[in-house]
Design a protein around this ligand. Structure first.
Ligand SMILES: C[S@@+](CC[C@H](N)C(=O)[O-])C[C@H]1O[C@@H](n2cnc3c(N)ncnc32)[C@H](O)[C@@H]1O
Length: 215
């Protein structure tokens, strides 16, 4: 608990965390270019947890901007602390519910969205809460620029197959399906980063799956 309080307190003052209570939380939607001081492409990691993709990609691609989104402040803290240590200028964490993602980005402005190991939510009553339910997919579609990409990385076979079916209800075009990214190293961009959950899933013998579609 004490640990969590320390993390929350860091988040309150860190420039690498946008969250409720900060002025910027209410006006960032139209102001990403002012925030980053450039018009570089916007890349979002949804369900980012500790933000491993956001920190890794942002270090390797200084000409792109990265935003990790998650509701759990104690997790976001870890990524934000790393950004602080390297004095990052092209990445930030947004603490909010993904349900509200369209309050933070304008339509046709996002280049890439990665959904990183979302909770599978297997119960029937939670179908609409799955982050790849058609309702969410249509929100992502609207935010993406033409030819923008949506990628799902997951260990969960049912969620993976469910997502493929949900995508058929949208205008997205599926361009890549890989059912074991660490065996077939065809997606080095994504297999080079292993998140906390991903390492646990691999230890448990699960394969990591990836699918990418475009607008
Ligand atoms: C299984 S964890 C994966 C975290 C990280 N991507 C990883 O691979 O280590 C799922 C994450 O999704 C976040 N999450 C789930 N539903 C969410 C929602 N509706 N809005 C924002 N975050 C959500 C949780 O807080 C959690 O950090």
């Amino acid at each position: 608990m004490k640990n969590k309080l320390i993390r929350y307190s860091f988040n309150e003052t860190s420039k690498y965390v946008i969250q409720e209570g900060k002025k910027i939380y209410d006006n960032i939607k139209k102001n990403w270019s002012i925030y980053f001081k450039n018009n570089n492409p916007l890349n979002i990691e949804l369900a980012c947890g500790y933000g491993e993709h956001t920190t890794h990609f942002s270090k390797d691609n200084i000409q792109q901007n990265y935003i990790g989104v998650d509701i759990k402040g104690a997790r976001i803290y870890k990524g934000a602390k790393e950004l602080h240590e390297i004095n990052s200028s092209n990445a930030v964490f947004l603490r909010t519910f993904i349900e509200n993602i369209d309050d933070f980005f304008e339509v046709n402005t996002v280049s890439n969205i990665l959904i990183s190991f979302p909770d599978p939510r297997p119960k029937k009553r939670d179908i609409k809460k799955r982050l790849t339910n058609v309702g969410f997919l249509n929100k992502y579609y609207n935010l993406l620029k033409k030819n923008g990409e949506l990628t799902l990385k997951t260990d969960d076979t049912s969620l993976f197959e469910y997502t493929i079916e949900e995508l058929k209800k949208t205008k997205f075009k599926v361009i890549d399906i890989n059912t074991n990214i660490h065996m077939k190293k065809l997606n080095p961009k994504f297999s080079d980063v292993k998140t906390k959950y991903e390492k646990k899933f691999i230890r448990n013998g699960l394969t990591i799956k990836l699918l990418t579609c475009t607008k």
